[in-house]
Write a protein that binds this ligand. Structure first.
Ligand code: NDP
Length: 293
């Protein structure tokens, strides 16, 4: 078994991103600028946004955070998005999910100018991705592609089983792995909670992408010898043993699955770090205007 090491790859790619950001600064006098909106005080969301902001600083981007109380109205949030859409100094805008129940995440996603949608959730970007056109690819699937590319994992002709069909991870991942591209050219099976023969399907996979949100969902008997295992899951459990007060677990029973796998991502230290890279690369591309003029 070999590790798909998100820490190693993300540090390497951050150095490359920082070089390009420095070039933009010397050519234009400005830094790529990412704006994040955070609503409420969800512990996970706080951590993710803080990490995104910190990584922006590390690679020489400007970052701004707008925080709102849980009670903010949908109208107020949409008005802020419109203001940021119009701001010529902003390259990328993300609204951290999940949002409170009274705010429609679809309205929020569609309100973001697709040319600043560096999370890649806007229907324009998803549609363009589907058609293999230049676009912002959703940050997590993008990060996974970069990881596969970095380790030169052969995907062409392989059977990829994606478990979970969310709009932000599972569904776009299934489309990307099936595209006529590299990485890509897989035969893809997209599975979810209504899938009948899930275990059998996962066992037939050369590549498994687990994006379910359940600790240890993928167990060793479900995995074929030599499979490539991508664990997207981030499951937080309180723990007295750690400084932060919680411990993270993936969707894969790492300890027992790893000996059977050819390659596997750890949690933490795998896909989560690569998601940040996806976001940074999209923001950089927006500042460079390589996707949209
Ligand atoms: P969602 O909760 O939106 O989707 C979960 C998916 O898993 C659904 O499609 C659901 O099926 C499926 N599912 C649930 N139970 C089963 C089951 N028993 N059998 C088969 N499928 C099942 O999750 P996300 O995609 O947003 O996130 C998944 C995980 O990835 C979470 O742990 C999340 O924290 C993590 N995550 C990590 C990121 C990273 O950067 N590493 C980024 C984003 C998410 P159905 O559609 O039928 O309900």
């Amino acid at each position: 078994m070999e590790l798909l090491d998100g820490k190693f790859v993300s540090e390497k790619l951050k150095e490359e991103i920082a070089k390009e950001a420095a070039e933009i600064l010397s050519n234009t006098g400005r830094k790529p600028h990412l704006v994040a909106i955070l609503v409420g005080n969800d512990g996970g969301s706080e951590t993710y946004v803080a990490s995104k902001m910190k990584n922006c600083e590390k690679v020489g981007f400007k970052s701004s955070l707008f925080r709102y109380d849980e009670s903010v109205s949908e109208a107020e949030l949409l008005a802020k998005i419109e203001e940021i859409n119009q701001d010529g100094d902003v390259d990328g805008l993300i609204v951290q999910l999940p949002l409170p129940k009274h705010i429609d995440p679809e309205k929020v996603t569609e309100k973001i100018d697709f040319r600043k949608d560096v999370d890649g959730f806007h229907p324009v970007n998803l549609g363009r991705m589907m058609r293999n056109l230049p676009c912002f690819i959703p940050a997590t699937p993008y990060g996974i592609l970069l990881m596969l590319q970095e380790y030169k994992i052969e995907t062409s002709g392989k059977h990829c089983v994606v478990v979970g069909r969310s709009n932000i991870v599972g569904s776009p991942m299934s489309i990307l792995m099936a595209r006529n591209a590299s990485p890509g050219n897989c035969t893809v099976t997209l599975t979810h909670s209504k899938t009948k023969n899930l275990e059998e399907l996962v066992r037939s996979a050369d590549i498994v992408v687990a994006a379910i949100g359940r600790k240890n969902f993928i167990t060793a008997p479900m995995v074929k010898d030599g499979a490539v295992i991508i664990d997207v899951g981030i499951n937080r459990e309180t723990s007295a043993a750690t400084k932060s007060g919680y411990k993270l677990y993936g969707d894969v029973d790492f300890e027992n699955v790893a000996p059977k796998a050819s390659w596997i991502t750890p949690v933490p230290g795998g896909v989560g770090l690569m998601t940040i890279i996806g976001l940074l690369k999209n923001t950089l591309a927006s500042a460079q205007k390589t996707i949209y003029k």
